[in-house]
Design a protein around this ligand. Structure first.
Ligand code: OSB
Ligand code: MG
Length: 353
């Protein structure tokens, strides 16, 4: 199968969140992303979404920087090229350093395009085997609102809830909430906020009942993560630390984590993500799929990712209506009985509006 790239378009989408998303690092109230559309020689159109933030609080990329790199560096490398497999895009982009979120957006679009040319759903095209994906939601709010938002999530059918924490978070409050819902899987995400604290401090969160704690320390603080893995019963899960296959190998060599959260954007797209999954499989390291306060295009790609074998926990998969008044895909993503059912339509399986 060879496809010649005939046209590439960028479109900016900007929308307020239905409620503020509050972490110790940043409060997000409005979201801007770039939708990349790639047209092949037979007229099929593939979509990707660039999910870098306005400021570099989560990774070093920004949406403005991504737009610049897309226009001036990445799109000229792809435009007019004939490719026979989407993983060739990674090779084409080798002369551009870093900028993984910008690269991921284009790569996603090309994978969607190839699945459409092949008349297959993207999740089957990448070798997925699960059509019903367990949902999960993130509570990122002021302490006074955590209990209420957890109750709402449980009422909406979510069976996995991730709570944003930092060293100052009220542990008694968390313990009461987690104990109130024995049937719910609770994750914690620290976004590196224990980096100026000790493993001892993190240990005081060990008996709350979290299945895992995501990224307690800084991106490069491998030693602290390794110590935490040894000394806590709660699983240590890395997010920001893992931006490549090399980072994954580093975590394995240093025994710096039990599990990782996959995000296609942070890893630079499908090709690198599939390599990371393969490495995890070889070393029996569990994976699950994270969210980026993203719109439906990025979510659809991440849902396809979650259908692969080896994904052991429910991801950050909330319904379109959780963040957005109106998503940019049709139909919107809905959660029923705690699951999201993937479409059999070609490509990402949603129409982009
Ligand atoms: O650290 O997992 C994170 C959102 C934006 C940036 C970083 C993170 C998050 C989330 C996921 O916690 C939220 C979601 O999209 O469901
Ligand atoms: Mg995280």
């Amino acid at each position: 199968m060879a496809v010649t790239i005939r046209d590439i378009q960028l479109e900016t989408v900007r929308q307020p969140l239905r409620k503020p998303f509050k972490t110790v690092l940043q409060q997000v109230e409005e979201r801007e992303v770039i939708i990349v559309s790639v047209t092949g020689d037979k007229g099929h159109v593939g979509y990707g979404e660039c999910v870098a933030f306005e400021t570099p609080w989560y990774t070093e990329e920004t949406i403005t920087g991504c737009r610049f790199v897309l226009v001036h560096s990445l799109l000229p490398l792809l435009d007019g090229k004939t490719i026979s497999h989407p993983n060739e895009v990674w090779e084409l982009f080798q002369t551009v350093k870093g900028n993984r979120m910008a690269k991921a957006a284009v790569e996603m679009a090309v994978w969607d395009l190839f699945a459409k040319v092949d008349q297959q759903s993207l999740w089957k095209f990448v070798g997925g085997s699960r059509q019903a994906i367990p949902a999960g939601v993130v509570v990122a709010a002021d302490p006074s609102k955590i209990a209420e938002q957890v109750a709402q999530a449980v009422n909406s059918g979510y069976r996995r809830i991730k709570i944003k924490i930092h060293p100052e978070t009220d542990r008694t409050l968390l313990k009461t909430i987690v104990a109130a819902y024995p049937e719910i899987l609770f994750f914690a995400d620290a976004n590196g906020s224990f980096q100026t604290h000790s493993v001892e401090r993190l240990k005081t969160f060990d008996d709350i009942g979290f299945t895992l704690i995501e990224q307690p320390f800084g991106e490069r603080q491998w030693e602290l993560h390794a110590q935490a893995k040894k000394e806590l019963d709660t699983k240590i899960c890395l997010d920001e630390s893992i931006a490549s296959v090399e980072d994954m190998q580093e975590m394995i060599d240093r025994e710096a984590g039990d599990i990782i959260v996959l995000k296609m954007s942070r890893l630079g797209g499908w090709t690198e993500t599939l390599k990371v999954i393969e490495l995890c499989r070889t070393h029996s390291i569990g994976t699950w799929v994270g969210g980026m306060i993203e719109f439906g295009v990025s979510k659809a790609h991440n849902l396809a990712l979650a259908s692969l074998p080896g994904i052991i926990y429910p991801g950050d998969f909330s319904a379109s209506g959780h963040f957005w008044e109106k998503d940019i895909i049709e139909p919107e993503i809905i959660v029923e009985n705690g699951e999201i059912v993937l479409s059999d339509q070609p490509g990402i399986g949603y129409t982009v509006v």
